[in-house]
Design a protein around this ligand. Structure first.
Ligand code: MRU
Length: 351
């Protein structure tokens, strides 16, 4: 993907985030100088998507330590906790932040000053983005191999929900990575992208990415799933994840669970594609996942236009949990997991 479309750029000791709130109309980068600005950028969804939230947090902590004269592990922990609180559902945030905390405390114990820890955090952030290219490509090939096993060499019709491409992942992507690589191998007939109400990640972001990659697609409303699946228009569905519990229950963008249930009904395979940083095996099942509640006006307004009578109450959960019984396979960089096989997930995660 063209350098210009990388959503996170570290250059000249500064963090630049592509303001995803303005897409697809405008491609504007916001310059971030502080921890607080990084926290706000994550909260306000200037940057979003589980992996990119985690990567941005690493650079946010680098910016923070750059401006400290003297720090202790306790002070570092406070900064890390502030970062983790920015958004609650995607575990990638705490996964990366906790790794930064370990790095900071280990360097402090070796007698390093904040000015010496700063470049190490930057290096760590760049490394993680770089590594995600390899991991996402591995996952994409595992997804393709699975489709070849199921459907052979014919071209496939695929469906996806929310946004899981380079805007969410900083590289080829997770679910959209499978689609993108399959397309580059000439294996995709057509893609159906859910618009993803209410924040429209599908129409604003996935459609933007599919257009840039010249992948043939149609944008559909979420309610079209039953129509499309019952008419045989979709061979398989690929989605990302924000947190995967030890039994395979998966939190992802609101609407994912509905789609998985419809897929099961029509016998359409439903796959979750996510790196190990999206797994939280400390929780036994999805009931332990905190679901972020977003502001009411994300539903009742669109770009300042009132869509419902003034004062209409809304409930806006940003994620839901898909029961592992509805998931045909979870694909991570370590391999393919069938959540129906008890214990397989833990074995793969710890391999
Ligand atoms: O609220 P968002 O836009 O950050 O939610 C993004 C999603 O739910 C994605 O599907 C998920 O993070 C997987 S990203 C590879």
């Amino acid at each position: 993907m063209n350098q210009v479309y990388r959503p996170i750029i570290w250059r000249d000791e500064k963090l630049f985030l592509l303001d995803q709130r303005l897409l697809p109309d405008q491609e504007v980068f916001v310059e971030i100088f502080t921890l607080q600005q990084t926290v706000n950028a994550i909260k306000d969804m200037i940057v979003r998507g589980a992996p990119c939230i985690g990567f941005s947090a690493i650079f946010g902590l680098a910016l923070w330590i750059k401006n400290q004269n003297d720090v202790t592990p306790e002070i570092c922990r406070k900064a890390c906790d502030e970062m983790i609180e920015a958004r609650p559902t995607a575990v990638n945030l705490s996964f990366e932040v906790n790794r930064c905390f370990e790095l900071m405390t280990s360097l402090l114990n070796q007698g390093c000053k904040p000015s010496e820890i700063f470049p190490k955090l930057v290096e760590f952030g760049n490394q993680q983005i770089q590594l995600s290219q390899t991991k996402n490509s591995l996952m994409a090939q595992i997804g393709i191999d699975e489709l070849i096993k199921r459907f052979g060499q014919r071209k496939w019709n695929l469906m996806t929900h929310c946004n899981t491409g380079f805007l969410a992942c900083g590289s080829i992507g997770t679910a959209l990575g499978v689609i993108s690589m399959a397309h580059s191998q000439g294996r995709v007939n057509h893609v159906y992208a859910d618009e993803t109400r209410p924040y429209m990640q599908g129409s604003r972001l996935t459609a933007f990415e599919l257009t840039k990659e010249k992948i043939p697609f149609s944008l559909v409303v979420e309610g079209a799933a039953s129509y499309l699946l019952s008419n045989g228009k979709v061979d398989a569905i690929f989605v990302g994840a924000d947190r995967i519990a030890a039994n395979g229950d998966t939190a992802n963008k609101i609407g994912t669970s509905t789609l998985a249930i419809v897929a099961k009904h029509y016998n359409v395979p439903f796959y979750v594609v996510a790196p190990i940083s999206s797994f939280d095996v400390s929780i036994p099942n999805g009931s332990h996942i905190e679901i972020e509640m977003r502001p009411m006006n994300e539903i009742s307004e669109l770009k300042g236009i009132q869509l419902a009578p003034q004062g209409t109450a809304t409930v806006n959960p940003s994620f839901d949990v898909t029961d592992h019984h509805f998931i045909s396979g979870i694909i991570c960089e370590k391999g393919f997991i069938n959540p129906a096989n008890k214990g397989e997930l833990l074995k793969v995660v710890h391999s």
